[in-house]
Design a binder for this molecule. Sequence first.
Ligand code: HEM
Length: 507
Amino acid sequence: MLTQVWLAIGLVAVAWFIRAIRNHASAKLDFPVVGSPGDRDFSKALVDGYAKYPDKPFYIPTSPARLILPMTLFNEAMHAPTTHLSFLRNVYDLFLGLYTHIGRQHEDLILTIRSDLTKNLPAMLPLLQDEINHGLPKEFGTSGQWTPIPAYMKMLRLVALVSGRIFVGLPLCREETWIHASISYTTDVAAVMHASQKWNSVLRPIVAPFLPEVRKAQADLKHARQCVAPLVGEVMAKYDPEKQDKVKVGTRGTFISWMLKYQPDDQRTAERVGINQMVLSFVSIHTTSMTITFALLDLASRPEYIEPLRAEIEEVIKEDGMLKDENGQEHLSKSSFQKLVKLDSFIKESQRFNPLNLIGGFRTTLQDFTFSDGLKLPKSTVVAFPMWAIYQSSSTEAFGPEINAKAGNPGPDVFDGFRFAKLRAVPGYEAKHQMATTSEDSLNFGHGPHSCPGRFFAVYEIKSLLVNIIRHYDIRLKDGKQPSHIVNQVANVPDPRALVEVRRRNV
Ligand code: HEM
């Protein structure tokens, strides 16, 4: 009997193995390949591929290989049902979502961000700016002498602190264990991805639970959940479905109380809330801090932008004044931020030159899928769009010769911090090309129904930090040394060793 059971288990395992290998093999389609498998940086392959095959798919031989689709299919892909083309599937596979929870369905979290977090932005701005007033002098110092600081590490800590003020509130957001936990979970998950990619995709599910990186991520997740558990317990004990909409921003545990109302009764558990908090840290903290680091490095590398940006901020403050909260803390209102058109443009141009991923609109086919032009893709194909090439091409409408002539803009190969401000001055373009606006020309936050729900929060957080930095600090490169990027296939991150020098101003 025992022998038969083992035989049955063996047969199932062999069948699974053959099916997995077949699925794996079926992912290879007959399309041209641009770039070489060993390339460290696929930016050139994307530009070359897009120039040679603007209307046809091509592969870039990253690990795993990505099929780059033509932009004519972009809107169709972004609006396809998630049962056919899934963003989360690719994320789940890459980051071993079974163990890390990244890429799982977190509808409650997405609804909280899309609805409550975004709707309450005006009320959140005083809190964001208060936390920056508290954290910035600690991280940048208050010396009137030039002081070197590691740009990325400082931004990471500041973003974790400031986001924490909204996500978990005082006093937890200022506790080192929480700041550390919310930063390190993302690093853990990235380590899981790198470790798992070393294994063949067929063997990966077998070895995954034994990888030291997976074990560390799980241990850190448990620790983070313990940190937040007292707060979660407190908020859950007071949960009242009738009152959740009216929870005042700034009350302890506001974000958690918003989230509870989207959870079905049988799923409203402390464990789920704790995991969601860490997923929230994962999606928000590193993306936001890398974006602001790139902006800061661009500012230090191009000092000619500092004075015009400072002048714009002071002009708006002169016009609108600063508002005061109940503790007498001064802050800028949402409508004042909206007048900072040059700042918005500078950050957007920095994002264009430094996208965190060189490709956008990642999707995995969950079943065989046929596009309206007849392109057939089998199940499990990973597709994406050539974001870097779009940003560098003069055939992209926003960077083409016709609009450049109207706006007085240079070609797309030139960094022009006020490019988007000038575009917004062209009649008919006033509402387009803002930092949070997504389109086929602007893919940093995705586009369409699944575009980043946290982008409005991210934009105001980044601007609040930059306004405070530009007003209160002088910035320059350390020894005039241009900071480098680290490109790993299609991921693009600031060099964590890059230093800038800061000096407190007398204002
Ligand atoms: C500058 C910072 C950020 C960047 C560049 C960024 C970028 C992105 C991108 C490219 C996507 C995928 C969109 C798609 O392909 O359809 C995404 C999804 C997402 N982002 Fe962001 N993001 C940022 C900040 C944030 C913040 C602060 C939050 C939370 C407050 C957040 C929450 C999310 C969530 C929950 C998703 C998944 C949406 C879904 O599955 O439908 N992001 N983000």
